[in-house]
Design a protein around this ligand. Structure first.
Ligand code: SF4
Ligand code: SF4
Length: 97
């Protein structure tokens, strides 16, 4: 999961102090997650509510459509699944397909 130049969440300074502005992207906080969002793209209406609601800006879009979730940074909070009007995001326990 670790990318060259990336930092693990364990490298975050004590107290969560932000000592390097813009460093959030380099801290791969996805390893906190116990559940991950799995999207049924066939049911997705591309309304982008999940994109708006995700506190970690994990959803990627292209040409007005939802295309992927950034699991390097998704913490598995489940907000996207709760807010999706189509209920096409399922939170699946890590370690399962
Ligand atoms: S909230 Fe649901 S329907 Fe809307 S873009 Fe996200 S996954 Fe698709
Ligand atoms: S589970 Fe939480 S952090 Fe992960 S994509 Fe959904 S809203 Fe974002």
């Amino acid at each position: 999961m670790t990318q060259p130049g990336a930092e693990s969440w364990v490298d975050v300074p004590t107290g969560g102090t932000v000592v390097n502005p813009g460093s959030t992207e380099r801290n791969l906080t996805g390893s906190w997650r116990t559940k991950r969002p799995v999207i049924d793209f066939d049911a997705c209406s591309h309304c982008m509510i999940c994109w708006v609601m995700c506190p970690d800006s994990c959803f990627a879009t292209a040409k007005g459509t939802l295309v992927s979730v950034d699991l390097d940074h998704c913490k598995g909070c489940g907000i996207c699944a709760s807010e999706c009007p189509r209920k096409c995001i399922e939170m699946v326990a890590e370690g399962r397909d």
